[in-house]
Ligand binder design. Structure first.
Ligand SMILES: [Zn+2]
Length: 282
């Protein structure tokens, strides 16, 4: 039943990568926030995302309960096939859109989809140069997720791994919609390097957690077994931090902690890294 020897599992999960985020676009909030209006009253009045620290510590998204179970027939990634990788990731992107649209609506926050761009070289963006070590990243300046398509990605592709990676990038867009990203940009502006790193870890670990909360709702269609999920966590514990020159994504054990938490609760309520004690975001 889908059991694989540990060695192979390790290699299957060895492509789990997260990304750096360069959030430089503070100030220009979303244009949402229609107030009043006519027609049937929505269950939750739509409002602009909170500003400042409250966006991170007391966001309405934390009170929206479990993420929906989404139908997500993303197919499989064929070894060596860039086309099937792009097709898979595009379908995951659309599953993410459906899940997060529902969740943001529950929070009364405006929703919009991010742009998705596949690249084969280290392109730059309004957020600057491609971050060293990253397999992809999200730029809030143009609401775009950049996903690298590399030989390494295609060598031993394991769907749920790449789904988690895609979901992490999407989670940064959700953080933008929540108002966390603008707060982050503002709070790290001229902050001391250590304070900046600490905030970066809270941001990145929250993205890990939100990604895993989504993954739980798509696990069945993605044929993610408990064995594979545990292998992904074990791999992350040992290796999650290794790609990053600075501790801006958290230790592997911290990453696995927030992934496990997001997955087991399946709710953004589990993902408030901004009020967590510093030992959990180290
Ligand atoms: Zn990231």
């Amino acid at each position: 039943m889908n059991h694989r020897p540990p060695g192979q599992l390790r290699s299957l999960t060895s492509v789990l990568i997260t990304s750096l985020t360069l959030a430089l676009a503070a100030g220009t909030g979303t244009a949402g926030a229609a107030t009043g209006g006519s027609g049937a009253a929505p269950a939750v009045q739509q409002q602009a995302p909170p500003r400042g620290k409250a966006a991170a510590t007391a966001n309405p998204l934390y009170r929206t309960g479990t993420m929906p179970t989404v139908t997500c027939s993303a197919g499989t990634i064929r070894q060596g096939s860039a086309a099937s990788y792009r097709a898979f990731m595009t379908r995951i992107n659309s599953c993410l859109g459906r899940a997060w649209k529902t969740q943001l609506k529950k929070a009364g926050l405006p929703f919009s989809t991010p742009k998705l761009r596949f690249v084969t070289s280290a392109v730059s963006s309004p957020c600057g140069k491609w971050p060293a070590g990253a397999g992809g990243y999200y730029c809030s300046g143009n609401r775009t997720m950049y996903i690298a398509v590399t030989r390494r990605n295609l060598k031993n592709p394991y769907g749920p791994n790449h789904a988690q990676f895609m979901a992490h990038e999407y989670a940064h867009h959700v953080q933008y919609l929540m108002g966390v990203m603008p707060y982050y940009a503002q709070a790290t502006w001229r902050a001391r390097p250590s304070a900046k790193l600490a905030l970066s870890r809270r941001l990145e670990l929250q993205a890990d957690c939100l990604a895993s909360a989504f993954l739980r709702g798509a696990a069945q269609d993605l044929e993610l077994t408990p064995e594979h999920w545990n292998a992904m966590l074990e791999w992350t514990e040992e290796n999650g931090h290794k790609a990053w020159p600075k501790n801006d994504h958290g230790k592997g054990t911290s990453q696995a902690y927030w992934m496990r938490r997001g997955f087991s609760k399946g709710s953004p309520a589990a993902c408030n890294t901004f009020t967590a004690p510093s030992r959990l975001v180290s």
